[in-house]
Write a protein that binds this ligand. Sequence first.
Ligand SMILES: [Fe+2]
Ligand SMILES: [Fe+2]
Length: 140
Amino acid sequence: MALFEWDDKIALGIPSIDRQHQVLFGWINSLSDAVSQGDVNEKVEEMIINLITYVDVHFSEEERMLLSCNYPGLAEHRREHDLFVSRVLDMQASFAAGHNIGEGVLNFLVEWLVDHIIGTDRRDMRFVSQEGQAGVIALQ
Ligand SMILES: [Fe+2]
Ligand SMILES: [Fe+2]
């Protein structure tokens, strides 16, 4: 059973960013299933590899959008992204050292989803989409 259902209320109205957030939702749900079935090691390894690529693409895109509209909270937003990257690298090292980290990774991602995607992204990226719309209107 899915831990989180994607809901249009969570969507930010920026299609590429919403698609990337939906991908993360899917990964969290599949990790949650693996944790509840007690079959988590392979899933954790796959998740860490996926996350390393994901953060590179997703965080760069958000930061580029925030930069393009001179969003004053960019540095704070980027600090949260950087913290996430360093946590993922810590998890990678911990997994490589043979630790059983499935539940820890799941809890961390759920916390990220609530605090950052539904909190920080919602607050900051909404500003981007408003600026974007204003930009489009100004060009017409
Ligand atoms: Fe995001
Ligand atoms: Fe973000």
